[in-house]
Design a binder for this molecule. Structure first.
Ligand code: AVJ
Length: 320
């Protein structure tokens, strides 16, 4: 039995998808936002990515959280844990165990765009932690921060490096909005991937088994299914490249030959030249100083910055 609060229904999602596709596919260069990767198949492919030998972020963040969960509980004394974009919430258990052992935690509130993934996670966690109030919020993290639960001593966890999917201007807006709904002293627990040798980061987004390539092409399948489009998915190559100036990974889909695509539900026809690329994701990598400055500009303070021994990934405790 799950308690879900719905601020985003299928109709909202549909409207946003239509706007995003119409905007992105008529832009030059063309682009689509990464949030549309994650239908059921895309979410499974992402889970597969997290287990690839080349994809270091998930296991590295898990190791940092394992080492620091006790400290996070002691320092935050959180009564409510809010998790943004929680997905399968596997790492959440580390935090919940530590916060419950510390004795402060009373409520867990995961927020995700996917009602199905969220419902499953809420059921599982409510079963595992009978004394904990678990309430799922179906919402978009850029639009529904206002629906965070009231209370004091809240901690908002935003893990996985997903903040890197936002470009700097979007990050600034997201962080200011989040800061505005928090009280001074409350916490943000933030996972960020770090700048490193492109020889390590590029294979994480271009794995030998081709799972990331399938994940990338999945966005075309989503547009085909949901908007009646006729993308020839096999006619697009996966591209992952390191943008050294912006310090982010870009994923693109490159048309292997000239393509004409009809997006039936939008009454839109889109032409791709041979070799033309469609940007599907940026995944920004951070440095401590840059992160600290971005947080400060939004009214936050970086209090703890914990990395793995190799300095691949960071988990930060950030205070409002
Ligand atoms: C879930 C957004 C953190 O950017 O590394 C994995 C998504 N894209 N492989 C990331 C992703 C390609 C992932 N995030």
């Amino acid at each position: 039995m799950s308690a879900l609060e719905i601020h985003l229904d299928d109709q909202d999602l549909d409207r946003t998808l239509r706007t995003d596709v119409a905007t992105g596919l008529t832009a030059a260069p063309k682009w689509l936002p990464p949030k549309w990767f994650y239908d059921a198949r895309g979410s499974e492919l992402f889970e597969d990515i997290t287990r690839l030998p080349e994809y270091y972020p998930t296991r590295t963040e898990r190791a940092i959280l394992t080492a620091r969960a006790g400290a996070i509980a002691r320092i935050s004394e959180a009564k409510t844990l809010v998790e943004l974009g929680s997905g399968s919430s596997e790492k959440t258990v580390l935090l919940l165990d530590a916060l419950l052992a510390h004795g402060t935690l009373g409520a867990f509130v995961p927020l995700d765009v996917s009602a199905s993934a969220l419902g499953e996670a809420v059921d599982r966690l409510a079963g595992r932690y009978p004394g904990l109030a678990v309430r799922g919020v179906v919402g978009d993290l850029t639009r529904h921060l206002a629906y965070l639960p009231d209370g004091d001593n809240r901690m908002v966890a935003f893990l996985g490096g997903t903040i890197g999917n936002l470009v700097p201007a979007e990050r600034a807006e997201f962080l200011s909005r989040l800061r505005a709904v928090l009280q001074p002293g409350e916490w943000l627990l933030l996972g960020t991937d770090l700048v490193k040798d492109p020889a390590v980061v590029v294979p994480a987004y271009d794995d030998a088994a081709g799972v990331t390539a399938e994940f990338n092409r999945n966005v075309l399948r989503v547009v085909n299914h949901r908007l009646g489009a006729d993308f020839d998915v096999a006619a697009f190559d996966h591209v992952a490249l390191w943008n050294a100036e912006r310090e982010w990974i870009e994923m693109r889909l490159r048309a292997t030959s000239a393509q004409r695509v009809h997006i039936r539900d939008l009454g839109l026809t889109v032409d791709f030249a041979a070799g033309e690329e469609l940007r599907t994701e940026i995944s920004a990598k951070f440095r401590r100083d840059g992160l600290s400055a971005e947080l400060a500009a939004a009214g936050f303070e970086l209090r703890h910055f914990w990395t793995d021994p190799a300095g691949l990934f960071a988990v930060s405790m950030v205070q409002a």
